[in-house]
Write a protein that binds this ligand. Structure first.
Ligand code: KIV
Length: 283
């Protein structure tokens, strides 16, 4: 029997009060690692626009670029439940296009589900995608695709009114059929109250310990960026410096002629070498 994580496993975890772990991954070796570590959900986040493709935000990444990374992740992961992020403008224009794009994540890229951002404004789209048989994860609070509309990357639901709106959005998304909701940059007490009210699991990022699960970005967990570390990030390793040191040591070895050494080189039998070097001549 397969031990692949399913939506039922995620629901069971919520019911039993067991926390769900989610990490982003964007390529084959990264997916292999987080899968082997035992994470429940791998998200191929559109954060890859920034972490992998070097864009200043997530808006410019395309469906085809997302699918390229999703395919690599699905080849690397065996156990985790796989969620592909629908990029900006792949689900906002019209519902038919949204369903078609969502379907591509499953048909062409091996994902188990899609994630999309927004509340009441995406309800009918969520319903249409779920009706087509595609599991959907919601995303509320700070929604990076529309961060400009929110006035930047800011904590959301900080007033009673906006917290109430977040709660209403979460309940409406649940009613529309999402199997889970990401809560990003939301006060811990608000996220906890919403998580308790919902029957579907919430996955928090910058939303405190009261969510049903947590998600962090691959590069943040490994400490690969040191320019800006958001408050909600915990770096479990500091790999940037050792990686930099390894590349510098390699360059120094190449320049000094100490790499490759004998143990990294292939040999040829002496008589073959003589023939190669001196051809037809008597040896
Ligand atoms: O794109 C992403 O990585 C995300 C997570 C941070 C939730 O949406």
């Amino acid at each position: 029997m397969s031990n692949k994580v399913s939506i039922l496993d995620l629901q069971k975890k919520k019911r039993k009060g067991q926390r769900i772990s989610m990490l982003t991954a964007y390529d084959f070796p990264g997916a292999k690692l987080v899968d082997e570590a035992g994470v429940d959900i791998i998200l191929v986040g559109d954060s890859l626009a920034m972490t992998v493709l070097g864009h200043p935000n997530t808006v410019s990444v395309t469906v085809d670029e997302m699918l390229h990374h999703c395919r690599a992740v699905s080849r690397g992961a065996e156990r985790a439940f796989l969620v592909g992020d629908m990029p900006f403008m792949s689900y906002q224009i019209d519902r038919t296009e949204a369903v078609r794009n969502a379907g591509r994540f499953l048909k062409e890229a091996g994902m188990d589900a899609v994630k999309l951002e927004g509340g009441t404004e995406v309800l009918e789209t969520v319903r249409a995608i779920v009706r087509a048989g595609i599991p959907v994860m919601g995303h509320l609070g700070l929604t990076p695709q529309t961060a400009t509309m929110l006035g930047g990357y800011k904590v959301q639901a900080k007033t009673a009114e906006s917290a109430h709106r977040l709660r209403e959005d979460a309940l409406a998304l649940q009613d529309a059929g999402v199997f889970s909701i990401v809560l990003e940059a939301v006060p811990a007490s608000v996220a906890q109250a919403v998580s308790r009210e919902l029957t579907v699991p919430t996955i928090g990022i910058g939303a405190g310990p009261g969510c049903d699960g947590q998600v962090l970005v691959f590069h943040d967990v490994l400490g690969l960026f040191d320019k800006f570390i958001p408050k909600f990030v915990k770096q479990y390793a500091h790999l940037r410096q050792p990686m930099l040191d390894a590349f510098k040591a390699y360059i120094a070895d190449v320049e000094a002629g100490t790499f490759p050494a004998e143990e990294h080189s292939f040999t040829i039998k002496e008589d073959e070498l003589q023939l190669f070097l001196y051809g037809e001549r008597e040896i």
